[in-house]
Design a protein around this ligand. Structure first.
Ligand code: ADP
Length: 226
């Protein structure tokens, strides 16, 4: 079967993260099998999630009966109970599920999940903490970490690159970052301004919003420039 973005997804563990994930998938029209060991949690979600079931995901027989081996994608969203999270992930890996995502509550947990067969590790609390640290500076309006050392931010241009074409501003040479898109500050109400790709001829103004990519170190230097 060819994989599509709409293949059903098994979401195991319906705490805050798992529930938000399952509900968003349902909203997007993706078929979801949602599982939690607590019947009270499951009962609370039956209206919003069509297939939500009480089961212990560390029980291989229960997983088989629910048809888990047929799934192409599964998310282990159990965090606090590390043993259940690791055990569930390894059972799914043994079943040969090709795309397993697992939530980690810290770095060591993530390493173990990867070792027992998770293909992707997500650490929402950790990632959000790092993100908020960057947003707190005030100059960075959005922060997306692409890799451990690389990020894209939304910010406003520092004064030394405003008013001249980007080719003359020598942003890459001075800061080691690339300005990939710009959304002009709306001065005349001519419809909603939008982000467009920059060109060497783009001239930035104070108050424009820009998307900037580069290593985290260089991006921070850029964002701190006046
Ligand atoms: P969050 O921080 O996102 O709220 P938690 O780790 O607190 O995440 O919640 C995880 C959920 O996983 C809980 O609702 C819990 O009942 C469920 N859970 C824990 N162990 C199992 C298991 N063995 N099988 C199925 N669900 C489980």
């Amino acid at each position: 079967m060819a994989r599509t973005g709409n293949d059903p997804v098994a979401v195991i563990g319906l705490g805050r993260f798992g529930t938000a994930l399952a509900l968003e998938l349902v909203r997007n029209g993706t078929e979801v099998l949602a599982i939690d060991s607590q019947s009270k949690i499951v009962q609370g979600l039956t209206r919003q999630i069509p297939h939500v079931i009480t089961a212990d995901s560390t029980d291989i027989e229960a997983l088989r009966q629910l048809g888990l081996p047929e799934f192409q994608r599964a998310v282990v969203a159990i965090g606090t109970d590390i043993q259940a999270s690791i055990f569930t992930t390894s059972l799914l890996a043994d079943m040969g599920i090709p795309d397993i995502w697992a939530k980690a509550i810290n770095g060591r947990h993530g390493d173990i999940l990867a070792r027992v067969g998770a293909h992707h590790i997500v650490a929402p609390e950790n990632d959000m903490g790092e993100r908020v640290a960057h947003l707190l500076s005030g100059r960075v309006l959005e922060y997306v970490e692409i890799d451990t050392d690389f990020a894209i931010i939304k910010t406003k241009p520092p004064g030394d690159i405003v008013g001249v074409p980007l080719r003359e501003a020598r942003v890459r040479k001075r800061y080691g970052v690339t300005i990939v898109a710009v959304k002009p500050q709306a001065t005349i109400p001519t419809g909603e301004p939008r982000f467009t790709d920059t060109t060497p001829d783009t001239v930035l103004s104070y108050g424009d919003l820009i998307l900037v990519q580069g290593t985290i170190e260089n991006i921070e230097r850029f964002a701190a420039a006046e």
